[in-house]
Write a protein that binds this ligand. Structure first.
Ligand SMILES: [Zn+2]
Length: 253
């Protein structure tokens, strides 16, 4: 067998033994049913594993991933996942998560791909064209960062306007959709994206968010990094205390 695959199987067996040591009925309980409360729509990028970076375990997230975390109404794969999550699993949250250093965003912005994937990334290119005045005023690094945020907001807008989510809200189903961006360089999930729990909220929050993004400057974006680093320092003590009291979730992976 392929060396890499053999290694994966060995790691899996070690992981399964470890789970059983913590909880002898871990797998039999899991086999009964899944009851995730969140649908995660993220990028296929190997550096953005949903469960690992959110501290979730198997069974807690329903996941769909594609290049550049898109929600396109004609994508039967993604829309089927959304429908199953909302109507069968009745998730209470849907998160669309973009990330920094995204190859899909970069390739879409620079129009460097050919073939099938270039059609997929055309959505990113359209977004770039729509906001090029703002984007061209920023340094290349910040340009892609803001395009990533714009893309997440756009996917939340698409998701919220889908018949599946609109119908869920219309019948009074509890459902919040939120946009997040994961910053690979410091491991933080940025919380400031569009969030909505109704059609009216989506309309308002999406417009306000885009208006705020359009005022961003390079200085604002540099300051955000400094602020996050300071926040980290303050939170370190609390993390240390918590780690002494709970099982380290990284043991699961
Ligand atoms: Zn990506």
């Amino acid at each position: 067998m392929d060396k890499k695959v053999s290694e994966m199987i060995r790691n899996n067996q070690r992981w399964a033994r470890k789970r059983l040591k913590y909880n002898p009925t871990y797998f039999t309980d899991m086999a009964e049913q899944q009851t995730p409360d969140t649908l995660w729509i993220g990028c296929s990028d190997s550096r953005v594993p949903a469960e690992t970076l959110t501290g979730n375990h198997p069974g807690q997230l329903f996941v769909h991933r594609n290049i550049a975390n898109m929600v396109i109404h004609t994508d039967l794969n993604c829309m089927s996942v959304v429908q199953y999550a909302v109507e069968a699993l009745k998730v209470k949250d849907i998160v669309v998560c973009g990330h920094s250093n995204c190859g899909g965003i970069k390739a879409g912005a620079e129009n460097t791909t050919r073939g099938l994937i270039s059609n997929w990334l055309m959505h990113v290119q359209d977004l770039y064209t729509r906001h090029q005045t703002l984007l061209n005023s920023l340094t290349p690094k910040h340009r892609l960062e803001v395009l990533t945020r714009l893309n997440v907001a756009e996917q939340i807008w698409n998701l919220g306007r889908s018949s599946i989510v609109q119908d869920a809200w219309a019948r009074g189903q509890e459902l919040t959709i939120s946009g997040l961006v994961y910053n690979i360089e410091d491991g933080h999930l940025l919380e400031e994206g569009v969030e909505a729990s109704s059609a009216e909220e989506l309309e308002l929050n999406y417009r306000n968010y885009i208006a705020r993004l359009l005022t961003l400057t390079d200085q604002d974006l540099d300051q955000e990094i400094v602020d996050r680093a300071n926040k980290d320092k303050q939170a370190n003590d609390e993390d240390d205390q918590e780690a002494n009291q709970t099982t380290n979730y990284l043991d699961y992976y």
